[in-house]
Write a protein of this length. Structure first.
Length: 665
């Protein structure tokens, strides 16, 4: 008699089933609604195909669209396979490589047949239609286990050179699987997949773009075409995503930066920003705001060198962990006259600093520190350089030269929780001043790290306790712990801001570090007269000025709050008879501390309004002969339909209030 399998369900019930029963069978036995809704199964914690038979006793949970994160990954994986099948159906001879799910969709790398040009945007409508045809055909997606030799034989016979190359590298002792789509197309894949293509919504995906890619990411290899798509559970989700993309394109800080004349980037300083007067005004306002915040919180501002000896980076551990991202400089004048090597073997090596931490330790070590001196909070608007890959650079969001609002708090063991709590409260004030909501995450120890497990246990517990004491470890703040995502020297709290269109940005952080003070021999004299190691809290709120300004531009769609706007008001004339009155108004506004300009050009007022609206000037004060005679201005506030006519002094008072930074109100 066959022994039945015991299947434990999330509600605590246990079902006995025959060996070979599938999760789909279990769903059907529970009810037709669940049978229709179930997409896949979690068997002993592993996500599996819903049609894959159960082999032994197991904990079973059925995945439906309500399990959105897992469901989206499943459907996006399937959309990628349908994309590959569609391309090969339309253009026989196309070679396929890999097609994973991504954060908001999927892609597949393919090589067009030799008889045609690489795929382009013009091909996407035909591919989309073929994909919908495959989805509507509701083709079963069936898993099979193959040997490595069988895989290699198939791919070589069909001219799939990329797949054959990859198959030859697969381990012989590993279970190798393929998935059939119907009876006529298959791909090499670990899975899992949905039960059939019909489980996908044919209206819930869209192909977005094509790009060049290299086989296995190596530019020495064959060039492929990467076809990107976005995929969702239903059309409503797709429409919401496309709307967000459309809104994001309008808010793109690179586009708005040009229109507002804030900054530019160019090849001569690739990855570094040229700030124009208007953009640098925004920077200066942020810098002044942050200085007021850190002065009020008891920080001492310092300035440290850009270049440090390589031995310092070796001692800190960054040379071994971060060397490929550092700009290195030989400490010797290159030999440009002789035919020998430009740099001799005797040259000393230095590096532009990619972070400020070691330099701050060197400041701390100057002079003897007592336990009474702690906590010591050292702050620096520190300029750093990181050799980011060329393809990773992205406007202000990813640069090679950047300035951090960086600080390091040197404290005793008994001060850690209180210092972290104070920082949490400071960060909360700052983000709320800019109109952001946020979530807090605790990034825990990575696999490769410095320091003992005992130190990591302690550091993680201290950060956790501080967030609890600050009242921020709640669902309201999205409290979550992230295993393996800490720095190599310390766990860290991360602040993830949510912007006006729902995107999240990781900006602020505080890290509890026992490693660097040990490696760089920092110490203080304790109450017992002995040397002790301080704890070093690395912290930032903006993260970097460049990226934070980029986030602000996109969050506000360029319509920066009046206190941050580079030009807070423009006085524009309708007729030249009002020029003298406009000049007088500008003088009074300047005397009130308003950043104001005049526009006395012989242009129509509608032209002036459009131009200053494009530049995102918060307030336009329009004056004509009537306003000059009556001592009034017509105020047009950016984003509002109606203008307001008011006495000049009333307008000045209104603008002065709007132009006051939130921390000074």
């Amino acid at each position: 008699m066959t022994e039945l399998l015991k299947i434990s369900l999330p509600d605590g019930s246990v079902r006995e089933v025959e060996p070979g029963t599938t999760p789909a069978d279990v769903a059907a036995a529970i009810g037709p609604g669940l049978a229709k809704a179930a997409l896949a199964a979690r068997v002993n914690g592993e996500v599996r195909d819903i049609m894959r038979p159960l082999e032994r006793d197991a904990d079973l949970a059925l995945i439906t669209a309500r399990d959105e994160e897992e469901a989206l990954e499943l459907v996006r994986h399937d959309y990628a396979h349908v994309l590959a099948e569609a391309v090969q159906a339309l253009w026989p001879g196309t070679q396929i490589t890999f097609g994973p799910a991504t954060d908001d969709g999927f892609y597949y790398d393919v090589k067009a047949p030799d008889t045609r040009e690489p795929f382009s945007m013009d091909d996407l409508p035909a591919i989309e239609e073929k994909m919908r045809e495959i989805i509507r055909a509701d083709k079963p997606l069936r898993r099979e286990v193959w040997t490595r030799e069988r895989l290699i034989e198939k791919w070589e016979a069909e001219g799939e050179t990329f797949k054959a190359e990859w198959a030859k590298e697969l381990p012989e002792d590993e279970e190798l699987t393929v998935y059939w789509s119907g009876e006529d197309w298959l791909d090499m894949c670990r899975g899992p997949h949905l039960a059939s293509t019909g489980k996908l919504d044919p209206q819930a995906f869209k192909l977005m773009r094509v790009a060049g890619a290299y086989w296995r990411g190596d530019q020495r290899n064959a060039q492929l075409t990467r076809i990107y798509g976005t995929g969702w559970l239903n059309k409503k989700q797709l429409d919401a995503h496309l709307h967000k993309l459309e809104e994001a394109a309008k808010r793109d800080h690179r586009k708005l930066g040009r229109e507002m004349d804030l900054f530019h980037l160019q090849e001569e300083a690739h990855g570094s920003v040229f700030w124009h007067p208007q953009g640098y005004r925004v920077w200066r306002e942020l810098e002044a705001y942050m200085r007021r915040a850190i002065d009020g919180a008891g920080y001492r501002e310092i300035k440290t060198p850009q270049v440090l000896d390589a031995r310092q980076w070796e001692q800190s551990g960054h040379w071994g962990k971060y060397r490929e991202n550092m700009f290195v400089i030989p400490d010797e004048v290159p030999n440009v006259e002789d035919e020998g090597p430009l740099v001799s073997d005797a040259a000393e090596w230095m590096a532009l600093k990619p972070m400020n931490c070691p330099a701050h330790v060197l400041v701390f070590k100057q002079g003897i520190k007592s336990y009474r001196d702690l906590p010591l909070r050292l702050y620096e608007n520190g300029c750093c350089h990181r050799n980011e890959p060329h393809g990773a650079l992205h406007g202000l969001m990813r640069v090679r030269q950047f300035t951090q609002d960086d600080a390091h708090i040197f404290c005793r063991e008994d001060q850690i929780v209180e210092e972290v709590r104070k920082f949490c409260e400071l960060a909360d004030r700052v983000y709320r001043d800019f109109g952001f909501t946020y979530e807090i995450k605790l990034a825990l120890r990575p696999e490769k790290r410095f320091g003992s497990d005992a130190d990591w246990d302690l550091a993680e517990a201290e950060l956790r306790s501080a967030v609890i004491e600050a009242g921020l470890a709640t669902d309201e703040y999205g409290w979550e712990e992230l295993p393996g995502e800490g720095a190599f020297y310390a766990p860290k709290l991360e602040w993830h801001l949510t912007d006006a269109i729902g995107r999240t940005w990781q900006v602020g952080t505080i890290q509890s570090d026992r490693v660097l003070p040990e490696r760089l021999d920092a110490s203080y004299i304790g109450e017992d007269g002995e040397k002790h190691r301080p704890i070093m809290l690395h912290r930032a709120i903006f993260g970097s000025y460049e990226r934070f300004i980029g986030i602000l531009i996109e969050h506000f769609a360029g319509r920066l709050p009046a206190w941050l706007a580079p030009t807070q008001a423009v006085v524009a004339t309708i007729v030249s008879d009002a020029d003298d009155y406009a000049r007088d108004a500008v003088r009074k506004l300047e005397a009130a501390g308003i950043r104001v300009e005049s526009d006395l050009r012989n242009e129509k007022i509608n032209y002036k309004v459009r131009e200053h609206s494009l530049a995102k000037v918060p307030h336009l004060l329009v004056v004509g002969k009537r306003e000059a005679d009556e001592g009034t201005v017509a105020v047009r506030t950016l984003g509002e339909q109606q203008q307001k006519v008011m006495p000049l002094e009333e307008a000045i008072a209104m603008l002065r209030e709007a132009a006051t930074p939130p921390d000074l109100r």
